[in-house]
Ligand binder design. Sequence first.
Ligand SMILES: [Zn+2]
Length: 449
Amino acid sequence: MYPGVVRIRGEGAVFARLRELRAIERLPTEDLLRRQRAQLASMLNYARERSPYYGARWSDRSQVLADAAHERLAELPFLTKRDLQEFREELLARPGPKRVTRKTTGGSTGEPVTVVKDRRATAYEMAASWLGYGWHGVQIGDRAARFWGSPYTLKRRLRFAAADFAMHRIRFSAFAFDEGDLEHYWRACKRFRPDYFYGYVSMLEAFAAFVKSSGYDGAALRLKSVVTTSEVLAPSQRSLIQSTFGTRVQDEYGCGEVGAIAYECEEGRLHVMSENVVVEILTPTGEPAQPGEPGEIVVTDLGNRAMPLVRYRLGDFAVPGLPCRCGRGFPVLERIWGRAYDFVEAPGGRRYHGEYFMYLIEELRAAGRPIGQFQIVQESAGSLAIAIVMPESARSEVQADILSRLGRTLPGMEITVSRVAGISRESSGKMRVIRNRWLEGGDDNDDRS
Ligand SMILES: [Zn+2]
C-alpha cells in the first residue's frame, strides 16, 4: 500500500530520489560539493526571481553562477523565525508549484511558524530520511511506531490515523502519558510488530525506562533501530534505550521548517544531507566555524520551491567535524545542542511533554488571543508558573483560558499566569519554553549533551 499512497500524495519521486542518493552517497566530498554548488545556484536564482521577499532585499541582482554559489550565499542576509512569521506571503514563490503542503511547527522557541512546501521537495526530504534510516537497516515503507504528538481536534486525529495506517505507522501520544498509557503502548507494540521506533528522545527514554522496570523483554520486539529526534540525545539516554531494546539508536537532526538535516551513520557520526540542504556553521563574527569550533547553524533548503528558505537561522548550535571513516562524503556535524525540552510532571506522576503546552498556546493563538512569546516553568512538585508576552488588555481573558484548560488537565497544581515584557534567554542563546526547575533540582545548565 505504501507506494500507492505516496504516489497519490504527489510524493512518488521519493523512490527514484532514494536510488539517486544511494548511488552518490559514497562520492568524495568535493564531488558532492560540486553537485551542491549547481543546486544552490539554481535555488538562489529561483528565489530572487520568484520570491518578492528576496527580490526586494538582495542588493546583488546578477545571475548566480554555480562556481561562485557558496560565496554569494555568504553575502546574503539571514532569514529569522520572525521573518517567516511576518513575511510569509512575500516569501512564497510566484508563480509557485501547484501541489503544496502547509506545515505549522511550534519550534522550541515558542513562536509557531507556517512553512509551505511543494510535494516534490517533500518527496526529496522523505528520500533523505529513508537513506539515513537505511544506514541502520530500515527499509522504505517499514513499519514504524511513532512516539509523537497527536492533534487536538477529532477531525485531524482521524486524518492522522488514516495516514498512519496507509504509511505503516502506529502513533503513541508523546504529549501526556502515565504508567497505564505506557503499558498500553507496550501491548500495542507487541500486536503491531513495528520494524523501528521513531520519536522524541524524552518520550522514548520514558518508554524504555518503563519497559525495563516492568521486567518486559524489549529485545523481543526485534527492532531494527530506534530513531530519536527533536531533542538532544544524552549518552545516558542512548545507552538506556539501546540496552532496553537490544538495538542501535540513531539520532536524527532536523527541524519542522526544513525537515531532515542530518543522520547518524554506523560510526555514530551525524552526516548532513547535503543534497537537500546547505548547512553553514557560523562563529559569532559570521565566519565559517572550523572543525572542532562551535557555531550557529544556518540552513538553506535546496528543495523547497513553494517557499524558498535561504540562510535560515534555526537557533541551534553545532561543531563541524572531520571526514568520517564510513566513507560517505556528506559533511559531518560533531555535536549539536540547543534543542532541549522538559516535561511538566503533574501530582500523581503523569508527565506532559513540552509540545503539549506549545499546542495549547497555538490553539489560543488560532482563536485570536494576542499571545507572544511565553515560558512555562515548573518550580516545585505542585506549582507551575506561566509567563506570557501579551498586551495588558488581553491579560484577564488569556489567564481565564489557560486556567480553565490546565485546571482540568493538571488538577491539584497551583498555576499562575503572568504578563511579562520579554522572555530571557539561556546562556547558550537559546530560548527555553518549558523548564522544569523542580526535576532539574535547580540546576541552571541548558546543555544536556
Ligand atoms: Zn559516517
